[in-house]
Write a protein that binds this ligand. Structure first.
Ligand SMILES: NC(=O)c1ccc[n+]([C@@H]2O[C@H](COP(=O)([O-])OP(=O)(O)OC[C@H]3O[C@@H](n4cnc5c(N)ncnc54)[C@H](OP(=O)(O)O)[C@@H]3O)[C@@H](O)[C@H]2O)c1
Length: 302
């Protein structure tokens, strides 16, 4: 596979159903959804704000009037909301692709209604539960795929997030916890793919990261993030290009466990297959995080 993959290389998606979480206009999920719809997929925009979902659907249809779109309300930081959204998505029938894209970065310390730290809840536990609940529909497609959006920031994680997720942290560093949540995305992807193969299910798990892309992530996350956002936008690539690694992982003929990122220093440019840290490939951590996630979310799969 060359290092020059862009959305222009994406194969036809007609007849496929894709769910993309976090599709707010201007973000990576939006561009992922837009390109999938442009190639003929039926796309479910899954987000927490009705108004933003309507805006995103309107923006996709402005670019691609024939787009086949549905919307679904989901708050990934709430296990009850994830369960209720998955209940509604049961009517969709077979699902070919789930893109776990929604996320928050470096938020001030906050506990969710489930007693979890906000970043781990939104970026890992919510997607873990959603994936498990949708797995029967992914398998029913005969060739399902789960793509989870991680980050180069998984490299800053001081260790895997294997402590009791309900315990109060001794010290809360929002950036290190973000790194851990993105490491969790990779541990999850590897363990999911491993378990899917062991269960002989026709579903693969892959991961991607966008490099540095100008989106709303900073404005929604750290204190003073809104101030930083302008500067980062000026230095970073577009959200449209940032979606290429996700789209490559979602549609190219790649083995489970593959991680895609931008080709230019893993910061920008066309997509390619990239590597991840040794910590992300540690099988004991993968298993342990899976067991913790099953306990927290109350679901066991596959
Ligand atoms: N931008 C980058 O350079 C970069 C780099 C590495 C990794 N990433 C990853 O890329 C993914 C997408 O981020 P982005 O850069 O496109 O940022 P973004 O523009 O802020 O998009 C994030 C999306 O996630 C949604 N979201 C946040 N919390 C949610 C919740 N509790 N329930 C449901 N949806 C929720 C947001 O919804 P609202 O609009 O309602 O807030 C938004 O649609 C994230 O997983 C992020 O970690 C981004």
């Amino acid at each position: 596979m060359s290092d020059t993959w862009t959305a222009a290389d994406m194969p036809d998606q007609t007849g496929r159903t894709a769910i993309v979480t976090g599709p707010t206009a201007g973000g990576l999920g939006f561009h992922t959804a837009l390109e999938l719809a442009r190639r003929g997929a039926r796309v479910v925009l899954a987000g927490r704000s009705e108004e933003k979902l309507t805006d995103a659907a309107t923006a996709v249809r402005t670019e691609h009037p024939a787009a086949e779109l549905l919307t679904a309300r989901i708050d990934l930081a709430s296990l009850a909301s994830v369960r209720s959204a998955a209940g509604e998505l049961a009517d969709l029938g077979p699902i070919h692709l789930l893109v776990n894209n929604a996320g928050v970065m470096a938020t001030p310390h906050r506990r969710t209604e489930d007693g979890l730290e906000l970043q781990m809840a939104t970026n890992h536990f919510g997607p873990f539960l959603l994936t498990g609940l949708l797995l029967p529909q992914l398998a029913a497609s005969g060739g399902g795929r789960v793509v989870t959006v991680s980050s180069a920031m998984h490299r800053v994680a001081p260790g895997p997030p294997l402590d009791n997720p309900f315990a109060a942290p001794r010290l809360y560093n929002p950036w290190l916890v973000y790194g851990q949540s993105k490491l969790a995305n990779l541990l999850f992807t590897h363990e999911l793919d491993h378990r899917l193969r062991a269960a002989q299910l026709p579903v693969k798990a892959l991961a991607a990261h966008p490099g540095l892309s100008g989106t709303h992530l900073l404005a929604n996350g750290p204190r003073f993030g809104g101030v930083l956002q302008g500067a980062v936008r000026a230095m970073s690539q577009s959200a449209a290009a940032g979606a290429w690694p996700t789209l490559m992982a979602a549609t190219e003929d790649l083995p489970g466990g593959t991680y895609c990122g931008p080709a230019r220093w893993e910061v920008s440019g066309p997509a390619k297959v990239v590597g991840s840290t040794r910590m992300s490939r540690d099988e004991r951590s993968q298993r342990r995080l899976w067991e913790i996630s099953e306990r927290v979310t109350g679901i066991s799969y596959p």
